[in-house]
Design a protein around this ligand. Structure first.
Ligand code: DX5
Ligand code: ZN
Length: 217
């Protein structure tokens, strides 16, 4: 479906070549570039921070979609806004004050996203629908790429109904591949993050497989 956006996660790219990887994945058809920020505290893995986002920004023509898996969030929002993120997504589980966090993201001039772990119900965002531009439904427990897809179709349907005609993206993150993508699209998702399924088999010197992978999702 052409209205579905594919957002490859550079968590599955070559960490020594992020600039070139961003250019290659966009040239091969990526709609957005998804950037997974992990702190070794909210999730059991560490990736990179706002300085890295600022460094890759000139290598991304389209949307830079920053997924913060960090706690606390608020002290870092300005740094990611300065790095010119288009979306900053924070986890509802990462703070007792998600409303304040989303307000701060919008105040920084950035589109605001809220992410839900697999164990968190759709109702967790019921009071936030007028404050968000994106809801990220995790279909793995966050922390690592390449994990097994957890079916969240019922939650996606529930969110789509709650959203009504508000202009809010539903993004799916984790285990998206050519087999699982149709399920989440049917349930109402419109942005699909794909790490391993987007980057597998290719490299900056041989990027054609990226294009084949994206078209297969
Ligand atoms: C999980 C990250 C995802 C991850 C997806 O903690 O938020 O973005 O990179 O990777 P795949 O597509 O390999 O499951
Ligand atoms: Zn992510």
């Amino acid at each position: 479906d052409r209205s579905i956006k594919i957002a490859p996660s550079i968590l599955a790219a070559d960490f020594a070549n992020f600039g070139a990887e961003c250019e290659a994945i966009e040239a091969q058809g990526a709609d957005w570039v998804h950037v997974d920020v992990m702190d070794g505290h909210f999730v059991p893995n560490i990736t990179f921070g706002p300085a890295m986002c600022a460094a890759i920004r000139p290598h991304i023509k389209g949307v830079m979609d920053v997924h913060l898996m960090i706690s606390p969030v608020d002290p870092y929002i300005d740094a990611f806004a300065k790095a010119r993120a288009d979306f900053i997504t924070a986890h509802v589980e990462a703070t007792p004050h998600i409303h304040r966090t989303l307000q701060a993201i919008r105040d920084a001039g950035v589109k605001a996203g809220v992410a839900l772990n697999p164990g968190t119900p759709a109702s967790a965002v019921a009071e936030l629908l007028d404050m968000v531009d994106l809801i990220c439904v995790m279909t793995v427990n966050p922390g690592f790429g390449g994990q097994k897809f957890i079916d969240m179709s019922a939650k996606i349907r529930e969110l789509r109904a709650m959203i009504g005609d508000r202009p809010i993206h539903i993004e799916i993150d984790g285990g998206v591949d050519p087999k699982t993508a149709p399920l989440v699209a049917l349930a109402g998702a419109d942005v699909l993050v794909a790490g391993s399924a987007a980057f597998k088999g290719g490299s900056v010197s041989d990027p054609a497989p990226y294009g084949e992978n994206i078209r297969a999702i």
